[in-house]
Design a protein around this ligand. Structure first.
Ligand SMILES: Cc1ncc(C[n+]2csc(CCOP(=O)(O)OP(=O)(O)O)c2C)c(N)n1
Ligand SMILES: [Mg+2]
Length: 312
């Protein structure tokens, strides 16, 4: 029989907070970018009247690290053949990727205002036919790791040196197609492929056993009490666990997998994260999976993120 688990960030016990491997200035610069990214994400969603918040906030620090420190990319030449590839398989967090790409110079920050509008390059879920810099369309959960695997395999066959990163959600990890890719990547010895698991313990509907809505089933973290690391390792993945909100752990982990791109083992970075991270009242709250902030909430959020100017 299934039982519900205690609410809240399930993995905090495992998170190490030591700031090493990085200067304070470096850390603070990345932190400021992530705060600005979170503000742009939540204010853009508010301006558009729809979109996701919890997932983008959970993934923000990792995406900032990838785009600003780790990936070899040229914002003014998004199709550059040697670029490192990033696929946001949990495509509902698109606004997070768009704001990081805007801050990095792939598109004007002003363009964020078109988010989720008809004709916009910034669709609610990433559309590769519209926005240069995306590697594939995502949003139907479960597909991105297989696409990334194909890209990494193609790179190996052509002796191309770039690295492919794919971020998946912990809810998304329930999709069967992800497990097909998890089985196959080690067999192809794809050291040039890194999956990043955004393990925030929450999906769309939270923790409460849905007594009045039995058709929705048990809403607990599906991986609660499961040794995911052990499973990934048995399948042949090298695993690194990080606090997904500590740049001094994220950046070295991502850099180390790039450095070992020639190895014969794909890597799984297990990122322990908090859904809605960055704003007190959104952290760990499934209600903020996709919610539009009110004007009053935006005012408080701007304060908490230390954002001086009102952008909406
Ligand atoms: C195939 C598929 N089924 C369902 C959905 C609807 N959906 C969007 S987000 C989401 C929850 C995803 O949870 P998780 O992967 O943990 O993402 P995060 O917590 O980072 O938001 C669901 C069920 C979808 N987009 N695709
Ligand atoms: Mg999740």
């Amino acid at each position: 029989m299934c039982v519900t688990t205690t609410p809240g960030p399930h993995t905090l016990g495992k998170i190490v907070n030591a700031r090493k491997n990085m200067s304070n200035e470096d850390y603070q610069e990345l932190e400021a970018l992530a705060r600005r990214g979170r503000w742009l994400a939540i204010s853009t969603v508010a301006g558009s009247g729809a979109g996701h918040v919890g997932g983008p906030f959970s993934a923000m620090d990792i995406m900032v690290a990838l785009y600003f420190r780790v990936m070899n990319i040229k914002p003014d030449e998004p199709g550059w053949a040697e670029r490192d590839r990033f696929i946001l398989s949990k495509g509902h967090s698109s606004i997070g990727q768009y704001v990081v790409m805007a801050l990095r110079g792939f598109l004007p920050v002003e363009e964020l205002k078109t988010f989720d509008k008809g004709g916009s390059r910034l669709q609610g879920h990433p559309d590769v036919t519209r926005l240069p810099g995306l590697e594939t369309s995502t949003g139907s959960l479960g597909q991105g790791l297989s696409v990334g695997l194909g890209i990494a395999l193609g790179a190996r066959m052509r002796s191309q040196k770039f690295h492919t990163f794919v971020m998946i959600g912990d809810g998304e990890l329930q999709e069967g197609m992800i497990w097909e890719a998890l089985h196959i990547a080690p067999r192809y010895k794809l050291g040039n492929l890194t999956a990043i698991l955004d393990w925030n313990g929450l999906q769309q509907f939270g923790w409460v056993l849905a007594i009045n809505e039995p058709h929705r089933g048990d809403r607990r973290d599906p991986w609660s009490g499961i040794d995911l690391r052990g499973i990934f390792e048995k399948l042949g993945w090298r695993c690194i666990e990080v606090n997904g909100h500590d740049f001094s752990q994220i950046v070295p982990a991502l850099e180390s997998v790039k450095a070992s791109g020639n190895s014969d083992q794909p890597t799984m970075i297990i990122a322990h994260t908090i859904k809605g991270k960055g704003v007190q009242f959104t952290e760990g709250k499934h209600e903020w999976h996709s919610k539009v902030a009110t004007k009053e909430e935006l005012r408080i959020i701007a304060q908490q993120l230390d954002i001086k100017e009102a952008l909406v």
